[in-house]
Design a protein around this ligand. Sequence first.
Ligand SMILES: Nc1ncnc2c1ncn2[C@@H]1O[C@H](COP(=O)(O)OP(=O)(O)OP(=O)(O)O)[C@@H](O)[C@H]1O
Ligand SMILES: [Mg+2]
Length: 377
Amino acid sequence: MVESPFQYGSLATKDNFIDRVSERASLKQMLFSGINVSLISPRRWGKSSLVKMAMDELTSERKDVRVCYLDAFSIDSMEDFYSKFASAVLSCTSNKIEKAWSDAKKYLGGIIPGLTVSDGLNDIITINFRHNPLNDNQSQILDLPEKIASDKRIRVIVCIDEFQQLAEMDGYEELEGKMRSVWQHHKNVSYCFYGSKKYMMMQIFNDSQKPFYRFSETMFLGKIAQEDWVPFIVGGFRKTNKSISEEFAVEICEHTESHSWYIQQLSYFVWSDTDKEVSQEIMNRAYRRIIDTNAPMFMSDVEKLTASQREMLKAIIAGETQLSSAGAREKYRLGNLTTITRNKKILETKAFVDSNDGALEISDPIFRAWFAEKYMA
Ligand SMILES: Nc1ncnc2c1ncn2[C@@H]1O[C@H](COP(=O)(O)OP(=O)(O)OP(=O)(O)O)[C@@H](O)[C@H]1O
Ligand SMILES: [Mg+2]
């Protein structure tokens, strides 16, 4: 059994991680210098992998830096947020579990009534606030990284993945105001927020009426260039004693429009179907397979849309740029102008479409192919 050189579904690390040279350098530089970053890209282009890689490099270069990770997808209430935030900060700033315990008592002592501390199986400290902490205590918890950083003379970087998910929770507005007012005083802590729903991220970070306006530097993550993917694909086959021509490697990039996850997935399908050398037939089968594999997920997403929202997707795929024009409205049954405005917003919020300089487009190439095949053939 040979291990596949192509992987998806987990973060790209080590040999599997390519390029992102300038992005890694600027992320490291900004976060180390105390500049907060909000990093945005469509789903699965490689945000989480990039942050992890850049932060691993930084911590190996600088012994005085600690990085905490929080995934907003796993948070379901305010008390859960405070619990996980405190746990992540205490765990990453202490070298030993015993130390994290005593830090918990030292820094959260005042909040102890609702606090239980347990060391899990895996050397991670878990703080549980059984109730949403009281007002003053909330601020103290949010202040925890700065307190610890200045006491221990270290720099702390707090990374919050899928940050926009927090905005979907009850009580977010209050939390948002509080985070901003506490965190803006932090001198030894920087924050990295990343998320895949551009529309929601922009509403949080780029709206002058909102607390997080100008709190961070916005970084739009682009795609990895085809010139970097092609040698990675060709090399992956070669080191496992198989071969793929450069032309087919280019075809993989084109089918997937250099989308990080899909490139790895399609390369894997081609690789696993190949004995020695890739043929056109193998390429075609693999392309079929990538659409079929993702179809159930696409289907369940599309089922949640209304008929007029689906019609709007058709119009966009067909290249219609004037969705509000009488012609387009009639041709695609898009509904009245109010419906059109609402549907645009819903499709953007749900990240089916992206708006670039006002033009709507569907950034997921496999979804687009599947949708066209199913609804427009
Ligand atoms: N630098 C890279 N080099 C090679 N492959 C990559 C790289 N970045 C991402 N990938 C591929 O893309 C997949 C998705 O990456 P990752 O989970 O980091 O993206 P993401 O933007 O955080 O996704 P999500 O929107 O789901 O959170 C990885 O599993 C890997 O296969
Ligand atoms: Mg991610």
